[in-house]
Design a protein around this ligand. Structure first.
Ligand SMILES: [Zn+2]
Length: 576
């Protein structure tokens, strides 16, 4: 036994010797520096940076990393202490794999926190190559850092001195390059555009936004619409807002897609289709709340003190309901849903982790049969969210094959088939809602708008999903339809005519709030008929996109790729 222990000790010390010879503290130092710099190197290729700034993009952070690693004679300690930096680096690299460019946006951090775990796992599964790649990059380095700390060897004083001089030289030349680049292109060559400063600033903004949203109940407590109804109290009315998910106009038969994915809606000429509608933001946790309140891309901060459309309808004497096929996620959507007299979320069943949107219909039926005279109902669907083939039942499986194990161009047809089938399911859902409303014989209307679109490997860029830091045509152009019951049209024929006349006017989801208040005959100081589709004064003006850190950017100034500009033109959508 004693011999055995000695043998083990010998082989342990031999392997430690080998480790020491191979991974000297100096070599590890250089290796750690290389690993930390990987995101900067990738970003130099993916970001449209001025040439001189690219030099500064490596030299300045490189010099700072050198100085940091130099703080200890055991560089492994510093490398481990920089764990938050490696985490951000790993997320940044996965996002580069996903979108091909851009710094992690503050919304990306928020999406991580407002996406339910099932959704995140679905996505992680498809991002496996990138996730494996970053694990292979960072894990061995972290393991080496831990092992190196336990050893007695240190970097030599001479090495530290030389590194310090090198860092100073790099910093000096980086600063010179930065200075020249900043003089040439001051808006792009900025210090806060250097990675990781930009990524950490965005993270800080995300945390501040998150905190502000968590204080929302307090900051909006005294808000009052002072809303009232102009309608007779005995007149039964029911208005439904259906919020679509990830449905893009380009794949709707109703919008000229070469597959008829919306046969039921196409067969109803009374439906008013709005051709040129953009979402002001490509992420659910912002686009949905922006439909529901008076804030827009130009005054987003108003959202922290206002309540939603649901409260306005409630004050005007409507019974309000929010039915959701999405999960609680702590975003404004949930805060607004809580304003309703009744808010219900579909629960997963053993057979289906995510219920179909059609499962909302029995809940809708019980509301419509409740005897309430005036009702305002919001349906928050899961529409065409990834994984597409889990969004519909067999009866909507029109396009096959529709099963894929991996997202790539080889599987594009099956992926598109699945996506198109999810639109077929939306078509069926909207048709059934309209049928139900028609059967009530009430003054009724249904407005549908999708929260944003989706990229589906549409061109050589191989863009996929949504919520990318830089949007595409496919993420922004959303379907929007309006339906009035015959009773509504009889009472308010001008409204229907006006909406039809506005069908080609470019607008964004800001119209939802003001149009629904107008349809419901609700007066409040917050209603602005400039954004109401049924108003003769409908004049929504220039469209804005909610950019990084909630900065409004005119749509015409978004740096779209040539592919998107062509797609906007092809689909007759205005870049303004
Ligand atoms: Zn969404």
């Amino acid at each position: 036994m004693a011999l055995g222990r000695k043998g083990n000790r010998d082989s342990y010390s031999t392997s430690m010797k080998r480790f020491s010879l191979l991974f000297t503290p100096q070599r590890l130092f250089v290796f750690f520096l290389g690993i930390i710099l990987v995101p900067n190197i990738f970003l130099c290729f993916t970001e449209p940076l001025p040439a001189l700034f690219k030099g500064a993009y490596i030299l300045i952070p490189g010099a700072l990393y050198l100085l940091l690693l130099n703080l200890s004679r055991r560089p492994g300690i510093i490398f481990l202490a920089l764990l938050p930096l490696h985490f951000v680096g790993a997320v940044q690299l996965v996002l580069l794999y996903l979108f091909g460019h851009s710094i992690i946006a503050s919304d990306m951090y928020l999406n991580i926190f407002t996406t339910n775990s099932g959704e995140a796992l679905e996505l992680l599964n498809k991002l496996a190559p990138a996730v494996i790649g970053v694990l292979l990059l960072y894990l061995p380095a972290l393991i080496l850092a831990v092992c190196s700390i336990r050893r007695s060897e240190r970097v030599s004083p001479q090495f530290r001195k030389r590194t310090f001089i090198l860092a100073m030289l790099m910093l000096g030349s980086g600063a010179a390059l930065y200075h020249s680049a900043h003089r040439q292109v001051p808006q792009k060559a900025r210090l806060d555009n250097l990675y990781p400063i930009n990524a950490f600033n965005n993270a800080r903004f995300a945390i501040e936004s998150w905190k502000a949203s968590q204080q929302y109940r307090e900051s909006s407590r005294d808000f009052d619409y002072r809303a009232s109804s102009t309608r007779e109290s005995q007149q039964p009315e029911v208005y439904i807002l259906v919020i679509g998910e990830t449905s893009r106009a380009a794949n709707w038969g109703l919008y000229g897609y070469d597959r008829n994915t919306t046969p039921r809606l196409c067969a109803r000429p009374e439906i008013i289709r709005f051709d040129d509608v953009l979402t002001p933001i490509n992420a659910t946790h912002k686009s949905v709340p922006l439909m529901l309140c008076a804030a827009g891309a130009t005054d987003f901060r108003q959202i922290y003190r206002q309540k939603s459309l649901i409260t306005a309808f409630g004050q005007a004497g409507f019974r309000t309901a929010f039915l959701s096929n999405q999960r609680h996620n702590g975003s404004f959507t949930e805060f607004f849903a809580d304003e309703a007299d009744c808010s219900r979320y579909l629960a997963p069943t053993p057979s289906n982790a995510h219920p179909y949107d059609e499962d909302l219909l029995p809940l809708l039926d019980s509301l419509l049969n409740s005897g309430a005279k005036k009702q305002f109902i919001v349906l928050h669907t899961y529409g065409s969210h990834f994984n597409y083939d889990e969004r519909y039942g067999l009866d909507c499986r029109v396009f096959t094959p529709d099963r894929i194990d991996k997202i790539d161009r080889k599987n594009r047809l099956a992926m598109t088939n699945a996506y198109d089938n999810s639109i077929v399911a939306t078509d069926r859902l909207l048709y059934q809602i309209i049928e139900r409303l028609a059967r009530t014989g009430h003054t009724a209307a249904m407005l549908y708008l999708s929260d944003h679109g989706e990229d589906l490997l549409d061109d050589d860029r191989n863009r996929f999903l949504h919520a990318s830091p830089r949007p595409t045509y496919y993420q922004l152009h959303v379907p929007c339809i309006l339906w009035f019951s015959p009773q509504y049209i009889r009472r308010y024929p001008h409204d229907e005519r006006q909406a039809r006349a506005n069908h080609a006017t470019p607008f964004d989801s800001r119209a939802v709030f003001h149009t629904l208040l107008a349809i419901g005959g609700i007066t409040t100081d917050y209603r602005n008929d400039r954004f109401s589709l049924i108003s003769p004064s409908f004049q929504p003006g220039e469209r804005y996109y909610l950019g990084e850190r909630n900065t409004p950017v005119p749509v015409r100034l978004i740096p779209f790729d040539a592919e998107d500009r062509l797609a906007f033109e092809r689909h007759g959508v205005a870049l303004r």
